[in-house]
Design a protein around this ligand. Structure first.
Ligand code: ASP
Length: 334
């Protein structure tokens, strides 16, 4: 089923190209960062999930060009989508859990320090990616959850606020009023989407970040891949960065992002690594062919890959390269 966030897919933006056009590999050793004078050393390159990636990339590029680090760029780019109430699967205005509470998950990983911060089941703070960043910068922890994560955010000056908007409340009330509503105690419909962003600064540094309100009407306490390091995000300057979107309950079982980065470390191109992961999922259980799964990846040379499991959950993604933002549709494996 189509998710709330993707129903209104904008057909194209400036310069959208044919399927996968920007995925073509550049010359040179894919695993190694570009050296000075290498044509791959072109500055900031970003790959971001779904149509809102265009806006996120724009902001990330602005931050980077203004002197921010790659980590700043990915964080601030994702903030734009977290702040946007029209994106009902991320941050402010996200569709709530079964109790009507907006619960957010996010993670960010710095491939240079090999250090991640992640936040699970955060209430009342609209920018979980920034709280996750502060886990890296201010603590020696990696993952914080629930009440503790909320108090941590308050201590750092994040402002508590009601994250339900009239629209997301309406969606929840309609669901709640339906006596035949599907819940996650049973097999149910899935409404979700994540902003996932992977990037390089053109010098071989890698960052991955993602942020989501998770599945609509999820059972309170549920967290899935987005805030789990190695699942929703993974970044390593030696091999690349990856992120995932889709059914996090399913994909967590495959540690998608770290599996993709490790495949790149063994020499796979980002495209091969993405497709191989999805194929592996189906090999281990053919029912996964029907799963809602999509992944994105980039290596230290800025070569990109992405893949969706099937046509029913076909990824749109935005790339930022050579100062150009492009929205495209990704390849489907099955
Ligand atoms: N992976 C997220 C989750 O399951 C949702 C999504 O990316 O669509 O919470």
């Amino acid at each position: 089923m189509e998710s709330i966030g993707r129903r209104k897919f904008m057909k194209s933006v400036a310069g959208a190209t044919a399927l996968g056009a920007s995925m073509a590999p550049a010359s040179g050793n894919p695993g190694s960062p570009p050296s000075a004078g290498d044509p791959a050393r072109t500055g900031l390159i970003l790959l971001t999930t779904w149509q809102w990636g265009v806006k996120a990339n724009e902001r990330a590029a602005e931050v980077f060009q203004g002197g921010g680090s790659l980590l700043d760029a990915v964080e601030k780019g994702i903030n734009v989508i977290e702040d946007d109430p029209a994106v009902m699967t991320v941050g402010y205005g996200g569709v709530p859990n079964a109790d009507g509470i907006v619960s957010l998950d996010a993670a960010i990983m710095d491939g240079t320090r090999h250090r991640a911060g992640s936040i699970c089941d955060l209430h009342m703070i609209k920018n979980p990616i920034s709280v996750a960043r502060q886990v890296i910068e201010k603590t020696s922890h990696t993952t914080m959850a629930g009440e503790g994560a909320f108090l941590f955010a308050l201590k750092l000056g994040f402002k508590p606020e009601q994250l339900l908007t009239p629209e997301s409340l309406k969606v929840w009330m309609k669901w709640k009023a339906n006596p035949n509503r599907k819940t996650f105690w049973l097999k149910s419909e899935k409404n979700h989407d994540t902003i996932g962003m992977v990037g390089t600064d053109g010098k071989g540094h890698m960052v991955a970040g993602c942020s989501t309100s998770g599945l609509a009407f999820k059972i309170p306490g549920r967290i899935a891949d987005s805030s789990l390091v190695g699942c929703g995000v993974y970044a390593d300057d030696n091999a690349g960065a990856a992120s995932a979107t889709g059914d996090g309950d399913l994909m967590t079982n495959y540690c998608t992002s770290v599996s993709i980065v490790q495949a790149m470390a063994r020499g796979a191109s980002p495209q091969e690594a993405c497709e191989d992961l999805l194929r592996h999922m189906v090999k281990s259980d053919p029912r996964n062919k029907d799963g809602q799964c999509a992944v994105i990846a980039m290596n230290p040379r800025g070569e990109m890959g992405n893949a969706s499991m099937n046509q029913g959950f076909r990824l749109k993604y935005s790339t930022w390269k050579d100062g150009k933002n492009q929205l495209q549709e990704g390849p489907v494996v099955y």
